[in-house]
Structures are given as structure tokens and as C-alpha cells.
Ligand binder design. Structure first.
Ligand code: NAP
Ligand code: MG
Length: 490
């Protein structure tokens, strides 16, 4: 089969499509109709082993790490161009498979292309150091690719998460085995079909489709994988860290959050209401950095809850492919059940301002109402546990110290936002919040040029920006003795 052909019903190993060794297939659904739109192989341990062997070969014997940074950069630019050229079909596929509104999917696809461009450019900017050692010697720090990277991604931004993983790894000269989430493998597989024409040699990128517990776990434990880059839940992140310990793999973990979106009374009120809704309801709330804890200064609290509720009424739920849809269905039955469960928990813990159930109008599809709980105590489950759906917990606070205490009172530390016109206060908060990303007077903008990652149980390591490529590089110290005499010790 031609390597340029896209065949989403198969996996991509060593530049070839393969059905895999197991006869099991995993159905892939459209969450708005609940219909099966594709079936993918359920990768076995043997399939993962084949993918790792292909990546190992590409890295150890295939010459991939020896390609020049310029060549790798040009390959990444070609991938970016291809994604841009195919953006309409990719966005439609992403929207159908995840349930996210088409307009949001279009942004994701453009971002994925930008990510390949950025790392295409960065490939040629990796350089080492000359170390000032106190001897007649030349001491160098060289940067080298870490080897074979196992990459495991979630379902909320499928192609974008694949780009965040593949682009820096390729720029660094690594070979990859990527496992998309079982629910949303289709756009990564589409991309696989174009890799050959973009100049990616066989084995450099392998995409295995399958379940986390089998295929994912095998990638993590495999002795020939050098590094794991994982994005997903904290629970799975913990399993991965334990399993990777057996072979002392390098691990980076981008995990979940319960991010505070903090509104002081002096914030621009209209912008604040908009920012509170955008922070938690974008992508149906299926966002790791969702501002799911909305912290509001008590003096504006009643007015804020009322205005937020009022504006939330206008959020248009609908089929993902409608251009005026602002919120589509959740990704799967499992996620729908999870969010519905938290809606019920919330009703026993706090007051409902809006939502709390499922819209009657659709008949099918995993739609839930945008839901705002208020008078939430930060100790409530809906304030502590990641729901990963359109559920906001609004929490009042008294003053700056109280806001900070509540903001940091969480096991997570992915993101936070502070809304205030007082720049001194905003900056005090920025410094005191324990999170990897802090926005001021905005929430959610994410740029490939700027680092992404968490503190605390939101994981460690950074993706994106110049930091992102470091995670795929080893540092080799080279010492060149410039004395021509023996050491003279004995
Ligand atoms: P998940 O359940 O942790 O799954 C993530 C990936 O890990 C999937 O590909 C999954 O496979 C795989 N997996 C599951 N068990 C595994 C195991 N034992 N060994 C190896 N791999 C395993 O997360 P999700 O439900 O897909 O995504 C939502 C989570 O991702 C949320 O917690 C969210 O906050 C987080 N997230 C974080 C970021 C960030 O940048 N920090 C970005 C996006 C999402 P299958 O599901 O296919 O079986
Ligand atoms: Mg899963």
C-alpha cells in the first residue's frame, strides 16, 4: 500500500499501513449522532513492539538523527504546509470525531500547522555550550536527541496534541511511537498518510491505535523506548511514572487541573463575565486548563453570578458542524456519564445558577447543559476534582489574601487567571500562585512560542516554546584535553 494514502482503519508502522496482529477493532464514534464512523485496530503488545522496533531502527541505523537540522526543519515546514492545505477536511474530521464546534476545530488545525512551523524553525537553533573549565582544555556541552520517544495523548485536542508531541521530537532528531486516544485517532492517522510525501522516512513516526491499558502500557514499559511524553489525567500519569521507573525512562507529564479564574472587583466587568464563560466553557469545558473554579470578590459576587448566568443562556448548543454552534456534545458516552454524575454531586454541594442537566432538544448525542454552580465551598468535590466538562464552580472571596489561599488550595497547578485593573495586585498574585501558566485579564490563549505545563499534580516538564525541544534532547559533556603531556599523577 502506498505510504501517501490515508487509511484511517489501519495503524501506521514503519511507513506502512497495517491492520495489526489482533482481530479486535475499536469503534470510533461521532458523539453528536452516536454513530460509528470508523473502526481502528486494537494494537496488541506485538504491534507496539513492531512500532518500537521500527522507531529504534530509524534512530539507530536509519540515519534519522544524522540528518541535518536544516533537512529536518524543511520536513517540518512541509508537514505544516500540508496541514494548512488540508485544513478544511481535517477540521471537519476533528469536529465530527470530538464533537467540538467546527470553528474551534479550525483554530486547532491552524495551531497544529503553526506548531510544526515553529519547531521547523527551531530545529536549526539548537546549540550547545563551551564551558569555562579551569584547565587547558576545551569543554563542550553537546545536544543530542534522546532517542525513541513514546507519546501518549488525550482526546480533547487530537491533532494539536499530536503536533505538540511530534514536532519538537522530530526537530530534535528523535523517532516516535505515538498513541492517540482510542476515541479520537482519525486526524493523526490522516496526518500519517502524508508523512511520506513530506519527507519523513519510514519508522520515524509510528502511530499505534489501541487502548491505554494495553498498547499505552506497553509503550511505557518497553525497554527500547527512551522517553515518555504523556498528556492525560493525573491518575494515568501516576501509573505511567511508576511503570517508567522500571527502565528509568525520562518522563514528562502534562496532566489535569482545577484552575482558578480570579475576579477582583476592579476588573472590567464586561470583560470579566466574558472571560469567566470563555475560561470554562470553551471546547465544552474539555480543557486541561479550564477555569473551572471561578473566584469572585464578594463585593461584586451577586451581580457577577447574575450576569454570568444571564450571558450563559445565550451559549448556543448544537451540532458541531454548524458554524454558529458554540458548544457541541461531549466526546463520548463515558465522558457524558462522568459529567452528569458531577452535575448531581454539585446539586448536593452548592446552588445551581443555570444548567445542571441535559438538554431535551437533541434526542441523541452526548450533550450536556453549560452548568454554573455558585456558593461553592472550595472543599466541595466540584471544586477539588477535575470534571472535564462544562461545569463552573463559583466561589466568593473576601480579599486578596483569601483569593490567593483558595487559588492555591488544590492538588493541581496547571493554570490560573487574574482579572484586575491594579497591576501591582495582579503581579503580586502572578508571583504567589503556584501554577505553570498565569494569565492576567485573559484566560486560555495558548501559543506555540510560550511554555506549557504544570506545577504540583498537574505534572512536570514543559511543552512548546524553546523549552519544549529540551525535553527531547540529552546533554553530552565533551572534554578535550589540550595538554600534550601525560597526566603525571603516578
Ligand atoms: P486519560 O484517561 O489519562 O488518557 C490519556 C491517554 O492515556 C489516552 O491515550 C489513554 O488511552 C492513555 N492511557 C490510559 N491508561 C493508560 C495506561 N495505563 N498506560 C498508558 N497509557 C494509558 O485522559 P483522557 O480522558 O484521554 O483526557 C483527559 C485528561 O487529559 C484530563 O485529565 C485533562 O486535564 C488531561 N489533559 C491535559 C493537558 C495538558 O496539557 N496538561 C491537555 C489535554 C488534556 P485510551 O483512553 O485510548 O485507552
Ligand atoms: Mg481513555
Amino acid at each position: 500500500m502506498s505510504v501517501t494514502q490515508s487509511k484511517p482503519e489501519a495503524m501506521f508502522i514503519n511507513g506502512e499501513w497495517t491492520e495489526g496482529s489482533s482481530s479486535n477493532r475499536i469503534p470510533v464514534c461521532d458523539p453528536s449522532s452516536e454513530e460509528v464512523i470508523a473502526e481502528i485496530p486494537d494494537a496488541s503488545v506485538a504491534d507496539v513492539d513492531a512500532a518500537v522496533a521500527a522507531a529504534r531502527h530509524a534512530f539507530d541505523q536509519g540515519g534519522w538523527p544524522q540528518t541535518t537540522a536544516q533537512e529536518r526543519g524543511r520536513i517540518l515546514f512541509r508537514i505544516a504546509e500540508k496541514i494548512r492545505a488540508e485544513a478544511p477536511q481535517l477540521a471537519e474530521l476533528e469536529s465530527r470525531n470530538t464533537g467540538k464546534p467546527i470553528v474551534e476545530a479550525e483554530f486547532d488545525i491552524a495551531d497544529a500547522a503553526t506548531c510544526f512551523e515553529y519547531y521547523g524553525g527551531l530545529a536549526t537553533k539548537v546549540s550547545g555550550l563551551v564551558n569555562p573549565v579551569p584547565d587547558n582544555a576545551l569543554s563542550l556541552s553537546l545536544k543530542e536527541p534522546v532517542g525513541v520517544a513514546g507519546q501518549i495523548i488525550p482526546w480533547n485536542y487530537p491533532l494539536l496534541m499530536a503536533a505538540w508531541k511530534l514536532a519538537p521530537a522530530l526537530a530534535a532528531g528523535c523517532a516516535c511511537v505515538l498513541k492517540p486516544a482510542e476515541q479520537t485517532p482519525l486526524t493523526a492517522l490522516k496526518l500519517a498518510g502524508w508523512l511520506g510525501e513530506c519527507g519523513v522516512p519510514p519508522g520515524v513516526i509510528n502511530i499505534v491505535t489501541g487502548l491505554g491499558e494495553t498498547a499505552g502500557a506497553r509503550i511505557v514499559e518497553h525497554p527500547h523506548v527512551d522517553k515518555i511524553a504523556f498528556t492525560g489525567s493525573a491518575a494515568v500519569g501516576k501509573l505511567i511514572m511508576k511503570s517508567a521507573a522500571d527502565t528509568l525512562k525520562r518522563v514528562t507529564l502534562e496532566l489535569g487541573g482545577k484552575s482558578p479564574n480570579i475576579f477582583f472587583a476592579d476588573a472590567d466587568f464586561e470583560a470579566a463575565i466574558d472571560g469567566a464563560l470563555f475560561g470554562v466553557f470553551i471546547n465544552q469545558g474539555e480543557v486541561c486548563s479550564a477555569g473551572s473554579r471561578v473566584l469572585v470578590e464578594r463585593s461584586i459576587y451577586p451581580k457577577f453570578v447574575e450576569a454570568m448566568t444571564e450571558k450563559a443562556r445565550s451559549i448556543k448548543l448544537g451540532p458541531p458542524l454548524d458554524r454558529d454552534t458554540k458548544m457541541g456534545p461531549l466526546v463520548s458516552r463515558e465522558q457524558y456519564d462522568r459529567v452528569c454524575k458531577y452535575q448531581e454531586i454539585g446539586k448536593s454541594e452548592a446552588k445551581v445558577a443555570i444548567g445542571g442537566g441535559q438538554p431535551a432538544s437533541f434526542g441523541r448525542g452526548y450533550y450536556v447543559e453549560p452548568t454554573i454552580f455558585y456558593d461553592v465551598d472550595n472543599s466541595a468535590r466540584i471544586a477539588r476534582e477535575e470534571i472535564f466538562g462544562p461545569v463552573a464552580a463559583v466561589i466568593p472571596f473576601d480579599d486578596e489574601a483569601d483569593a490567593l489561599k483558595i487559588a492555591n488550595d488544590t492538588p493541581f497547578g496547571l493554570a490560573a487567571a487574574v482579572w484586575s485593573r491594579d497591576i501591582y495586585r495582579a503581579l503580586r498574585m502572578v508571583k504567589a500562585i503556584r501554577a505553570g501558566i498565569v494569565w492576567v485579564n485573559h484566560m486560555q490563549p495558548t501559543y506555540v512560542e510560550a511554555p506549557w505545563g504544570g506545577y504540583k499534580q498537574s505534572g512536570f516538564g514543559r511543552e512548546l516554546g524553546v523549552h519544549g525541544i529540551d525535553e527531547y534532547l540529552e546533554t553530552k559533556q565533551v572534554h578535550i584535553n589540550l595538554n600534550e603531556q601525560p597526566i603525571g599523577w603516578y
